[in-house]
Ligand binder design. Structure first.
Ligand SMILES: Cc1cc2nc3c(=O)[nH]c(=O)nc-3n(C[C@H](O)[C@H](O)[C@H](O)COP(=O)(O)OP(=O)(O)OC[C@H]3O[C@@H](n4cnc5c(N)ncnc54)[C@H](O)[C@@H]3O)c2cc1C
Length: 297
């Protein structure tokens, strides 16, 4: 089990917790134990020094002597801004690389250490491509926003310094809690529908956000509020695509559709912002050498 992919291990952990075999944790966040004690001092100090250091620093627990309390947490989004193999997005003059980009090398379940490998490979490819494009084409074709657009955006931002309004800190807290409840390791259609409804209600509230600190330099309250709005947009994309995908695949596991369904769902989900909200479409997965097979452990 320890060497199984992380979606399998996460589900095993959450099953123990949800079926009442976990240990009671703070704020209802129960946990299970990861026991390394059998490895002994020498092995832990030589092979897992960082793990030991993190345990000691953050929970005062020495894994040489006692088990580590653990539970799955959001770690990496399998998906992102759609790019081609050279890191180019559909938006003119915009490239993306790293965790934010979806070159589509990870499928529905990224394997350990592959993110930094992707960052290194596509960081270089994308950087070179963007630089080459600029050298060949100059900045022509780029349109700067008009003065009116900029003033409009500025006015919109300054309107957040209103007298009364919604607290961005509470909105973000509620968003975190509901994502943890409805879009965590084990999902269901019913839960995700409720989660999506609540995300949309938070999006409405976020239109009335009040930023208390109205300073115009280094305003971390303002950054927090703007980032909260971005998080809500991303949350809606995650929620809608997860709800529509009526199967289980990689880290997306639904109790109401527990099996992978290649016949209907071997495809990428694309979400775009349309005039009436989010628009979903699908694209086939191009399979060349490795045909998908059933996973067995
Ligand atoms: C706990 C944990 C453990 C992990 N362990 C591993 C592992 O063992 N192996 C592995 O391969 N991967 C691991 N990952 C994943 C990997 O670390 C990340 O996917 C990778 O570091 C992402 O790098 P990045 O440069 O694409 O993005 P980031 O490191 O997120 O960098 C993005 C940068 O952009 C900045 N930024 C954001 N908004 C703006 C803005 N508006 N203007 C300017 N700057 C901005 C941010 O401050 C940040 O510095 C782990 C992730 C986590 C959370």
């Amino acid at each position: 089990m320890e060497l199984a992919p992380r979606d399998v291990v996460s589900r095993a952990e959450m099953t123990e917790i949800l079926e009442g075999r976990g240990f009671p944790g703070p704020k209802g966040l129960d946990y299970v134990h990861l026991d390394l004690t059998h490895l002994g001092v020498k092995e832990i100090n030589s092979k897992l020094p960082l793990v030991r250091e993190v345990c000691l620093k953050f929970s005062g627990i020495d894994p040489i002597e006692e088990p580590i309390p653990i539970r799955p947490a959001a770690h990496y989004p399998m998906g992102g801004v759609k790019v081609n193999l050279k890191g180019r997005t559909e938006v003119p003059n915009l490239w993306a690389a790293g965790e934010v980009a979806n070159v589509s090398v990870h499928g529905a379940n990224r394997l350990g250490t592959n993110s930094t490998a992707e960052c290194l490979v596509w960081g270089r490819i994308t950087g070179e491509e963007a630089a080459l494009y600029l050298m060949r084409n100059g900045v022509k074709g780029t349109s700067s926003p008009s003065k009116e657009d900029l003033l409009g955006r500025e006015e919109e931002i300054f309107s957040l310094f209103r007298e009364r309004g919604e607290d961005p800190y509470l909105i973000r807290k509620e968003l975190g809690e509901l994502m943890d409840k409805y879009f965590h390791v084990i999902r269901s259609g019913e839960g995700m529908r409720e989660g999506l409804k609540r995300i949309r209600s938070l999006i409405e509230s976020s239109k009335e956000i009040q930023v208390q600190d109205s300073s115009k330099e280094y305003n971390t309250d303002l950054i927090y509020a703007l980032e909260t709005r971005n998080l809500l947009e991303v949350a809606e994309v995650i929620a809608l695509s997860a709800l529509r995908r009526e199967e289980s695949r990689g880290s997306h596991y639904r109790v109401d559709y527990p099996n992978r369904d290649d016949e209907n769902w071997l495809k990428h989900t694309l979400v775009r912002k349309g005039p009436r909200g989010l628009e979903i479409s699908y694209e086939p997965v191009r399979i060349k050498i490795w045909k998908p097979v059933e996973r067995r452990y």
